[in-house]
Every structure is written in structure tokens, then in C-alpha cells.
Design a protein around this ligand. Structure first.
Ligand SMILES: Cc1ncc(COP(=O)(O)O)c(C=O)c1O
Length: 386
């Protein structure tokens, strides 16, 4: 049997990883400025994370949600403490799409309404509702098409107000990334997030903060939406939550009450996943990784802004994007093959940096040196061809 070929892949086989580095089967070392797609929060194979998972595995890997699972409660407590949302309620699942799917469903149950507001360049996942609120027609199968989703321009408060003025009483939820990831690292304006809060309050809609990529400390705050100084009703989380162990969740404001069987999952919140997620929070706290994300992120921003060939550096913490001109289209590829550095891309011309929150300043410095070298080579080649 062959694999179902849905990804364009780099011909590299990673066999080992540690901190911000990975190694291929030929022993070649790579700096991971991509964090395995924003997933590696505390660093690859962190010893505390490995130990916690191993210890849990030896005791019990899984039992169903039909019994008490105290480690879920421990996780909820720690998450409440680190996120500052101690009075919220945690529901655990397995992936970012599933977290958003559950958040949207819960908003609809809660309000009894059907319409959802989403924004241009959004990405919320590939399951039916999550993909319906994703602004990319290529991902939406005919069966996912729905008239229940209203797309508005991102960061356009005027359009949002006009929409609520017209259809506010039918709107169940507004779903928004605090920093759009797949869309190219676009930071939500604080005034825009505040307006979402105000309008949701006024019209009885649910504010869903998709924190799957921008959450879990990556921005320097636990949730990037927190920069606006207002709370969302539901936060969705995934990528950084397990440092590579598949675990996701939503936290729900206290005024939204649970009802038996409205949400459910077989694997969500299993013992092993909770052990991984707890280890992540323990390390984020102990090693002060949110502070590190601010510090190293600031260094990278300042250094990137001094490189004349790149433009529009935008970021919070260690979620960074910048634009590259046409002649540097090969930059990501050259960084990978010539410098052995993984970075991310967003169409058409954005480079995304999503490294571990434990990225060391000296690794960031190495990255900047390598970046400058590859830009110089591409610029020279362009000049020679002109
Ligand atoms: C903002 C955001 N939401 C949701 C998802 C979907 O997460 P998953 O791939 O775990 O389903 C992603 C994945 O890239 C994302 O970036």
C-alpha cells in the first residue's frame, strides 16, 4: 500500500531531535526555526516531558472518559493558573480542528443560533465546520459548503459593526485567530478584538479565540488575544499543548454551562496526553519560556528589521512573519538545503518563524547570519542574471 499523497514533502528523514535541533538519517543537523509547524513549544524531547510520558505509560496509557481521570483535573488547574483563566472549564480533544469544531458547536448549542462570523485569510482546520469558517475555497468540499458562515475583512471593525447591526440576533459566534498563522502572520488589532467582545456582549453571541497556533505562550502572553485586555468566551488550543504529543482542548467561560452528551470524545483527555500536556505547562512555568519568547523574539525582530531586502516584519513573541520580494522566492528552500535550517512559509511571499519557545539567543543569531548569507547569494545571482 502507498501513502495517500496529500503533502508536498522535503526529501529529508528526521530520526532524532533535541531542543531546537533535529537530525536526519545521514547524521546531518538542522536548526528548527519552524518548530515542526508551531508544535514544539518547550523544545524537542525535553527530558521532563519524556520522563512524565514514560512514567504515565508504565502505569496506564488510556481509559475512557466514563471514569474519573484525576490527571485531567490537574491539567485544568495548571492551565487555569498559567493562562489566568482559573474560572474557565476545560474540555479535552485531539486536534486543532476538533477544538474549533467543538467550540463552534457549543456556541450554537448555547445561543440556539446558526450563523458564524469568520474573517479573510483565516485558517481554522479541515473538519466540516472548521473548514467552513476557513477562508480557502481549495479546502472546502461541496459537502462543507454552508450559508451559515459570514466572511468579513480581518481587522475591519466598521464591517463587523455593520454586520452585527444587520444580522446580530442570528449570530452564534465570532471566531478569530489572535495572530493569523496560515494567513501569513497577521496580528489582530487590539481595538478589533475589543469590538468583537463588545458586539458579542451586546447581541448575545459567543467570542471564540482560536489560539491553536498563536496560543500557549508563543506570543509572550499565554493567549495572544490577551493583548486586547478582554476575555473571549471560548479559547481553542492544540499545537504547543503537547509539544508533539497529540492533545487539544477548549476552555469555556463560566456562563456557558455544560450539558451531558453535547460534546464527547473517545481519545480526548487520555492519561498519556494529559501527562504530556502537564509536562509542557510545568516547563513553560519553570523555565519562564514566555519571557524567553519575548526576549528572543525581540532580538529577531530587531535583527530582521535591519535587513534591507525583507519588509513588513510582524510578530508577537516567537510568532514571526516577514515578506520577501520575488527574487528571494527560493530563500526558504536555500535555508533548508544550504544552511540546514527549517523555516515556514505562507503564500505567496511570507516566511514564518515558529521555533520552540526555548530557542536560545545564540541560535537566533546563527539564524540571522545564515539568512543574511543566503539573501546575499540570491541577490548576487539575480544581479548576475539581470
Ligand atoms: C489557527 C489554526 N487553527 C486550527 C488549526 C487546525 O489544527 P489541526 O491541524 O491540529 O487540526 C490550525 C493548524 O494549522 C491553525 O493554525
Amino acid at each position: 500500500m502507498n501513502l495517500f499523497d496529500v503533502y508536498p514533502i522535503n526529501e529529508i528523514t528526521i530520526v532524532k531531535a533535541k531542543g531546537s535541533y533535529v537530525w536526519d538519517d545521514k547524521g546531518e543537523q538542522y536548526l528548527d526555526m519552524y518548530g515542526g509547524h508551531a508544535v514544539i513549544s518547550i523544545g524537542h524531547t525535553h527530558p521532563h516531558w519524556v520522563k512524565r510520558i514514560e512514567e504515565q505509560l508504565e502505569k496506564l496509557a488510556f481509559y475512557s472518559n466514563s471514569v474519573r481521570i484525576p490527571i485531567q483535573q490537574q491539567l485544568a488547574q495548571k492551565l487555569g493558573k498559567l493562562s489566568g483563566k482559573e474560572d474557565y472549564q476545560l474540555f479535552l480533544c485531539n486536534s486543532g480542528a476538533e477544538a474549533n469544531e467543538n467550540a463552534l458547536k457549543l456556541a450554537s448549542f448555547h445561543t440556539g443560533r446558526k450563523k458564524v462570523v469568520a474573517f479573510t485569510k483565516s485558517f481554522h482546520g479541515r473538519t466540516s465546520l472548521a473548514v467552513a469558517v476557513t477562508d480557502n475555497k481549495n479546502y472546502v468540499a461541496p459537502v462543507n459548503e454552508t450559508d451559515n458562515v459570514i466572511f468579513l475583512p480581518f481587522n475591519d471593525t466598521k464591517a463587523l459593526k455593520a454586520c452585527f447591526a444587520g444580522e446580530g440576533k442570528e449570530i452564534a459566534a465570532v471566531i478569530v485567530e489572535g495572530i493569523q498563522g496560515v494567513g501569513g502572520i497577521n496580528v489582530a488589532d487590539e481595538s478589533f478584538l475589543k469590538a468583537i467582545r463588545t458586539l458579542c456582549d451586546e447581541y448575545g453571541a459567543v467570542y471564540i479565540a482560536d489560539s491553536v497556533q498563536c496560543g500557549y505562550g508563543r506570543s509572550g502572553k499565554f493567549f495572544s488575544h490577551d493583548f486586547a485586555g478582554v476575555n473571549a468566551d471560548i479559547y481553542t488550543m492544540a499545537k504547543g499543548m503537547g509539544n508533539g504529543f497529540p492533545v487539544a482542548g477548549i476552555i469555556v467561560a463560566p456562563h456557558i454551562k455544560p450539558k451531558h452528551f453535547q460534546l464527547g470524545t473517545t481519545f480526548g483527555g487520555n492519561h498519556l496526553a494529559c501527562a504530556a500536556a502537564l509536562a509542557v505547562l510545568e516547563i513553560i512555568e519553570e523555565e519562564k519560556l514566555m519571557g524567553n519568547a519575548v526576549m528572543v523574539g525581540k532580538y529577531l525582530r530587531d535583527a530582521l528589521e535591519e535587513i534591507p531586502q525583507i519588509s513588513n516584519v510582524r510578530r508577537r513573541g516567537l510568532m514571526i512573519g516577514f515578506d520577501v520580494p520575488e527574487e528571494l522566492t527560493d530563500l526558504t528552500r536555500n535555508l533548508l538545503w544550504n544552511q540546514k535550517i527549517f523555516t515556514g512559509e505562507a503564500k505567496p511571499n511570507v516566511i514564518r518563524l515558529l521555533p520552540s519557545l526555548a530557542l536560545k539567543k545564540r541560535d537566533a543569531e546563527d539564524f540571522i547570519e545564515a539568512l543574511k548569507e543566503e539573501i546575499a547569494l540570491l541577490t548576487e545571482a539575480e544581479a548576475a542574471n539581470a
